[in-house]
Design a protein around this ligand. Structure first.
Ligand SMILES: N[C@@H](CCC(=O)N[C@@H](CS)C(=O)NCC(=O)O)C(=O)O
Length: 211
């Protein structure tokens, strides 16, 4: 019997990040592998010391798996995907890890930079400064995906889950429109029933939290 999993997320967030808070990645992975979980919350407004003890940056998500507490969505996903087809063995596993790190380290920072400029600040100068690096990475990623369905030949892995979730951010503002290959890849990933379930469950959580 595997250890019970608890996802910890915020008790409430404003409208804008609803559906995008990174506990979604963990919910999605757990739905993919059919592993049940429970959800607990920490306050967003008035963060408490116990939160920082479990996530030193005062962020979410973090999880408890048996006696282990783990933060960083990438680390959580890799831990939970171990032993499942979402994290294959051997060379495919190494390639999966490579693409997990690429999603988090080579694509997400530039997308986040743009997101802050456009969605948080909506500052034309910052947006213009953020665009070249984001568009370069999106172009390069689309080139990679030109001849494959998923990042690793063996099929959908935790790397695709992360990459597709990262791509949801520019897609929010129609920024994937110039990249039909990327838009199709993101749509393939999001068409998975596990994503729909995870998304609906996260939105139900915010619904319960109130406006
Ligand atoms: N690298 C972290 C980033 C976590 C993160 O940015 N979490 C956001 C929610 S999606 C958060 O907690 N924001 C509130 C804050 O930074 O204070 C991860 O992937 O887990």
């Amino acid at each position: 019997m595997s250890d019970p999993v608890t996802i910890v997320t915020f008790d409430w967030v404003p409208d804008m990040p609803r559906g995008f808070v990174r506990d979604l990645r963990v919910r999605w992975l757990l739905e993919e592998i059919g592993r049940p979980y429970t959800v607990e919350t920490v306050p967003l407004r008035g963060k408490v010391a116990d939160h920082f003890r479990q996530q030193p940056f005062g962020q979410v998500p973090f999880v408890r798996v048996g006696g282990l507490t783990l933060f960083e969505s990438g680390a959580i996903l890799l831990h939970l995907a171990k032993g499942t087809p979402l994290l294959p063995e051997g060379d495919a596993g190494a390639q999966t890890l490579q693409w997990v790190i690429a999603a988090l380290n080579s694509v997400e920072p530039w997308v986040t930079n743009w997101m802050i400029a456009r969605l948080f600040r909506n500052d034309p100068v910052l947006i213009e400064a953020a665009m070249p690096t984001m568009t370069l990475r999106l172009t390069q990623l689309q080139d990679v995906l030109a001849d494959r369905e998923w990042l690793v030949p063996q099929g959908f892995t935790v790397a695709d889950l992360l990459m597709a979730d990262v791509l949801r951010i520019p897609d929010r503002d129609d920024q994937l429109a110039p990249y039909p290959g990327l838009a199709a890849y993101k749509a393939r990933a999001l068409a998975r029933p596990a994503f729909a379930k995870a998304y609906a469950d996260q939105m139900a959580h915010w619904q319960k939290a109130g406006p």
